[in-house]
Structure formats: C-alpha cells, structure tokens
Design a protein around this ligand. Structure first.
Ligand SMILES: CC(C)(COP(=O)(O)OP(=O)(O)OC[C@H]1O[C@@H](n2cnc3c(N)ncnc32)[C@H](O)[C@@H]1OP(=O)(O)O)[C@@H](O)C(=O)NCCC(=O)NCCS
Length: 156
C-alpha cells in the first residue's frame, strides 16, 4: 500500500497467544517479566509491519507496569494495534491478558505503548500510511496517542 493511503487501526490488529511453560518461569515460579516484554515487542512490531507493510525497528518503549503476576500454565494473549502514525514512526498499543485455560479466569495484566519506525531497503526511515480514526472513540484515542508521542519527543 502506498504511504499516501490511509488505514484504520483494525487493519493492523494482531493477536498473539502463547502458553506459559516452565522455561518461562522466574525464581518465584511465576512468569519472568522479560518473556512478557519480548512478546509485547513482537506483537507491537507485527501490528506496525501489518500497518506499514515495511520492516520496522523499535525506537521507544513506554514504562511497563505489571499489575498482576502471570502463572505458568496460563495462556497469554497479546492484542496489538497501531494507535498513532507520524511520518515514519507509529505507536502500537499492546494489551496483555492472562487466562487460566481450565477455569477460564482472565486477568488484564498490562497495557503497553511502543514506538516503531518503518525502514526502507537501505535501512533508512521511510514514510508510512497514515492512521485514520473512524469513530469518536478512535478520534479521542488518536489524540491521546499524539500527546504521548509529543511527550516522548520533548523528553528525548
Ligand atoms: C529508529 C532509527 C532508525 C531512527 O533514526 P533517526 O535518525 O533517529 O531518525 P529520525 O530522527 O528521522 O526519527 C525517525 C522517527 O522516529 C521518531 N523518534 C525518534 N526517536 C524517538 C523517541 N525516542 N521516541 C519516539 N519517537 C522517536 C521521530 O520522531 C521520527 O518520527 P516521524 O518521522 O514520524 O516524525 C534509529 O534511531 C535506530 O536505528 N535505532 C535503533 C533501533 C533498534 O535497533 N531497535 C531495537 C531492535 S528492533
């Protein structure tokens, strides 16, 4: 798709699910946060690749707060979509839900925001399609995302 074209956030939505196995454990027997951070980054990058249809690199990760421990045996689902676009950069929101597959109990453990840059074949930042907001809710979400990006740039 040409960078001049517009895309909505649904077009980039990605679901990534992974069963947490013993190799994902920390010393307390719960899931090691590093695994979650890796999968958050992968889900965000996939949403941005889907949006931009280019390779992407991570340029910024906002603070990650783990609200609840994730247990070994949980099925963790990462839902990622693009929430902001600049000229070459885009923000992805990644929601993390841990589910006990036996009881069906689901816990929202994180929401993360990450910024990626689309790259051309020479590894230079390249322009990407713009995100279009189609509902009032999406317009409000896009405005909040713009403000987050302005704060990141101001804090650089
Ligand atoms: C990402 C990278 C290519 C950007 O290069 P650069 O020379 O800084 O390019 P620019 O200054 O033109 O910035 C590119 C975009 O990133 C944005 N950006 C740069 N630093 C940022 C930051 N700290 N937070 C948010 N956005 C940032 C810029 O605002 C610009 O966005 P825009 O084009 O939408 O306006 C370069 O910094 C890089 O290669 N970083 C390493 C990436 C990496 O290895 N990641 C980990 C492994 S994936």
């Amino acid at each position: 798709m040409a960078p001049s074209q517009k895309k909505n956030s649904l077009a980039s939505r990605v679901y990534l699910s992974q069963l947490m196995q013993p190799e994902h454990a920390n010393n307390h027997g719960n899931v090691h946060g590093g695994w979650i951070m890796k999968l958050v980054d992968e889900a965000g990058a996939l949403a941005c690749m889907r949006h931009a249809q280019t390779r992407v690199v991570t340029v910024a990760v906002d603070s990650l707060v783990f609200r609840e421990p994730i247990k070994i045996g949980d099925l963790v689902t990462f839902t990622a979509e693009v929430t902001y676009t600049g000229r070459t950069s885009m923000e992805a929101e990644v929601q993390v839900i841990a589910e006990n597959p036996i009881t069906g109990e689901r816990t929202h453990t994180n929401t993360a925001y990450l910024v990626y840059v689309g790259l051309d074949d020479a590894n230079n930042p390249t322009s990407i399609p713009q995100l279009v907001a189609e509902t009032e809710e999406e317009t409000a979400r896009l405005e909040k995302a713009k403000q987050r990006q302005q704060r990141r740039i101001a804090n650089k």
